[in-house]
Design a protein around this ligand. Structure first.
Ligand code: FMN
Length: 327
């Protein structure tokens, strides 16, 4: 079993946290991850407090946390108190400046996890008081930015070791199996944040058609784009795009934002209809490059069990299989 600073700090069996995926990660998924020995997070997304409270009820007694999209929280800061009243095991903020919310989260005695996409934002979040930094690479499903996991994680690890040694680090973006977990620990992370792999589980709120589309796709078939946000009239800051499966909608509009805006009402209605129907042809499937590593839709428990077992085998036998060419 991997014992890391993360498992010690959150009293976990495994250094695995499930991502707070908007719409997809409800109480059922979060509690399943926690019961399997990881830390499950509810995807509070844009801050629908009724939905969030219902997900905490569904999680029952399992110790789960919740995530919110920071720029959206800044527009409706009252949401934070309602989520903190649900007694989350951790509060996860991503995509915006966390500092206005740090004090309220600390006063509630809740550990703060901040997901970042650059070294600069990692430094800012650590200085602001985050207990855990999640370094998210561009491979990730859903929203993110441009840096790759493979260099961002060790760069943030080095900085934290030198300047904020008590702050923990998770790697996110492309971690979908035991190889990813082992590699993340090698890169200097205390654990992993896994989204796409948990998205394709029995417990996630995802339509069969969308998970089938992701299972059939390779990592080549994803794209980072903002056209899905335009179609939903969401005011995402321009630095963030989202990784989704390509479809006719992204093919048509990705390079023609002005054209999309010229027909915004009609295109939006079609996209949202498709989204509500869970149709991967009309709306986009939010999943990362890990789509190419996802071939089934098991339970969260099976994913954690296999990820940990494979990572342990790899780590335990590394000395024997990493040989120089002359051996
Ligand atoms: C369907 C989906 C929805 C997501 N929604 C959110 C979200 O609401 N807030 C957030 O901070 N991150 C969100 N993410 C990003 C995750 O937090 C995480 O960084 C990402 O899933 C990690 O990469 P992976 O998908 O390769 O595991 C989402 C990811 C996916 C796949």
């Amino acid at each position: 079993m991997f014992q890391t600073r993360l498992t010690d700090a959150f009293d976990l069996d495994h250094p695995i946290v499930s991502a707070p995926m908007a719409f997809a990660a409800g109480g059922k998924l979060a509690s399943a991850v926690t019961q399997a020995g990881g830390l499950g997070l509810i995807g509070g997304g844009y801050g629908d407090t009724e939905w969030i409270e219902e997900q905490f009820r569904q999680a029952g007694n399992a110790k789960v946390g919740a995530g919110l999209i920071t720029w959206k929280l800044a527009e409706q800061p009252q949401v934070l108190d309602k989520v903190l009243a649900c007694n989350p095991a951790a509060m996860f903020l991503s995509f915006g400046d966390p500092s206005p919310f740090v004090d309220a989260i600390a006063e509630a005695g809740v550990p703060l996890i901040c997901q970042v996409q650059t070294l600069r934002d990692a430094q800012h979040a650590a200085r602001a008081g985050a207990k855990v930094i999640v370094a998210q690479g561009a491979e990730a499903g859903g929203h993110g930015e441009r840096r790759a996991t493979f260099t961002l994680v060790p760069e943030v690890a080095d900085w934290l070791r030198a300047h904020a040694p008590d702050t923990l680090l998770l790697a996110a973006g492309g971690v979908a199996d035991g190889r990813g977990l082992a590699a993340a620990l090698m890169l200097g992370a205390d654990g992993v944040l896994v989204g796409s792999r948990f998205w394709a589980t029995e417990e996630a709120h995802v339509s069969d058609a969308m998970s089938d589309a992701a299972i059939a796709a390779t990592g080549d078939q994803t794209i980072r784009s903002s056209v899905m946000d335009k179609a939903r009239f969401l005011n995402w800051p321009t630095r963030y795009t989202a990784r989704v499966l390509r479809n006719a909608f992204t093919e048509r509009w990705h390079n023609d934002l002005d054209g999309l805006m010229a027909q915004a009402e009609a295109q939006s209605a079609q996209w949202i209809d498709g989204w509500n129907a869970g149709d991967p042809e009309r709306a986009n499937t939010f999943v990362g490059e890990a789509a190419g590593l996802i071939h089934d839709r098991p339970t969260a428990h099976e994913i954690i069990k296999n990820m940990v077992a494979d990572a342990e085998t790899l780590a335990g036998s590394a000395a024997s299989w990493i040989k120089s060419p002359r051996d």
